[in-house]
Write a protein that binds this ligand. Sequence first.
Ligand code: ZN
Length: 191
Amino acid sequence: MILSGAYTCIARADEIHRRIGYTGGAFPLREFLRTEPTFELRAAPPGVLPEGADAAMRRDSAGALVLYNPRAPVQRIRFTIAHEIGHALLHHAGEHRRAPRRALPPREAKREDQADLFAAELLMPAWAIDRALPTDWREHGGAAVDFERQVRRLAALFRVSRAAMRIQLEHYLHLRETSLGLRAGAVEHLR
Ligand SMILES: [Zn+2]
């Protein structure tokens, strides 16, 4: 996704973190949903979700109903629920369908990317990853040495899949590099 919409996704996740006083670790998804009377979370009875889907979101006059597949692994359920919350907060579409991303028209594909970005930021924000990483790893760039070990450790800590954490940790490292680089560049420019 190009930057369009990305800041909105991050800002919405940030707003929620502040509102519920989240300070890191596994994001309390169910507790958050309990504070949101417009959201309802329900395990989908067999046959209700489209083939291959982990969750779906439906709107009605009362708000949004998120149905999830209770037989999926818990880490995947958490990410999918966060993804659907993203749709509910960011998009106005009625029912959300899941299809292979490459088969979607560009506008819908962009919405899927935005919902994924929101979910990643809600469940494993860059600042919480930063806090959870060992200091020496952060300062001496141990990334190459034990990247996979940190992926495993952080995935367990944040209760997400390793695949999702791997992407987010790479994103975090990239963010860290570019923001430090930008800062160094700005200081250089002032001299
Ligand atoms: Zn979606």
